[in-house]
Design a protein around this ligand. Structure first.
Ligand code: 6GU
Length: 282
């Protein structure tokens, strides 16, 4: 996979030389090209931003610089591949569509990604309007919080996509067991994991994991994934495909909800209890 990144901080991407991503690059599985956006400015100050129309705080990145940069990088990539390929353009922004494991899997199928991370208040919106007509263009957010720029989001996305490329992970099977992986782990968090020793500071490894009984171990892992998801991300359980649940899954969910209800009523009977606003009838 070819990955181009245009940024005013190309040095931000040094971590992509390390560990799994570094190895993927060495092996030629990930072909990452970094570009300094300021190389496409024409003034002595190498200006990339200007004040926003309509007023307001902050600065907006100028469309001309981005246009020249994206055009040149596309030309360069096409010359290198000797074909008429076009990259998928990814513009990180907190106002984008959520980046999920599903999106990572989709990007992992692409031969060429071009990331355009912005600083300041973002890029003049006409840049996405322009390239949206020429390329498959996605504005993507990595979560409901605001970063100082899109660079960290690009690191996150490149690592999430890169580890999915064939030959990057030693054990290909582990991808299917990941939290959120489509299939058995769709909308589920992975449960706890253990290694030796069997007892550490009095904490024991669950006996079933030492049993060597693969069926029971698989069942236990699924139970733990369900319980953890119910506890930490109940909104994901609501999204679980009901037909994909077996009788045992349903029992685990029911038991968890019964225990939750017991704890709620115990709390409600303690002095000083006040119902949460959502529990109070209008
Ligand atoms: Cl993609 N960019 C920035 N600047 N902030 C973010 C984000 C992206 N995703 C979440 N917060």
């Amino acid at each position: 996979m070819r990955v181009d990144i245009i940024s005013i901080f190309p040095e931000y991407f040094a971590p992509l030389d390390v560990s799994l991503m570094g190895k993927a690059r060495e092996r030629g599985i990930l072909d990452i090209h970094l570009h300094q956006l300021r190389d496409w400015t024409h003034d002595v100050h190498k200006t990339v931003d200007d004040t926003p129309y309509g007023g307001g705080p902050g600065m907006v990145m100028k469309p001309e610089v981005w246009g020249e940069a994206v055009d040149a990088v596309i030309e360069d990539g096409r010359a290198a591949s000797g074909g008429d390929a076009l990259p998928r353009l990814i513009v990180p922004t907190p106002s984008g569509r959520p980046f999920t494991q599903e999106v990572a899997l989709e990007y992992a199928e692409e031969p060429w990604l071009l990331f355009a991370p912005a600083r300041y208040e973002g890029i003049d919106s006409r840049v996405v309007a322009e390239y949206g007509e020429r390329l498959r263009t996605d504005e993507v957010s990595i979560g409901d919080y605001v970063l100082a720029g899109g660079e960290a989001a690009v690191l996150v996305m490149v690592e999430a996509v890169g580890r999915l490329l064939p030959g990057v992970l030693g054990n290909a099977r582990s991808v299917a067991d990941d939290s959120f992986a489509p299939g058995d782990m769709a909308n589920l968090l992975e449960g706890p994991v253990y290694t030796k020793p069997p007892v550490w500071r009095g904490h024991e490894v669950p006996e079933v994991l030492l049993s060597g009984h693969h069926g029971r171990i698989a069942r236990w892992r699924r139970d733990e994934a369900l319980r953890r998801t119910l506890d930490r991300r109940p909104e994901l359980v609501a999204r679980l495909d009901r037909d994909g649940l077996d009788k045992h899954d349903r029992r685990v969910i029911e038991e968890f909800e019964e225990r939750l209800e017991e704890r709620r009523s115990a709390a409600a009977s303690r002095p000083g209890f006040r119902a949460a606003p959502e529990d109070v009838a209008d």
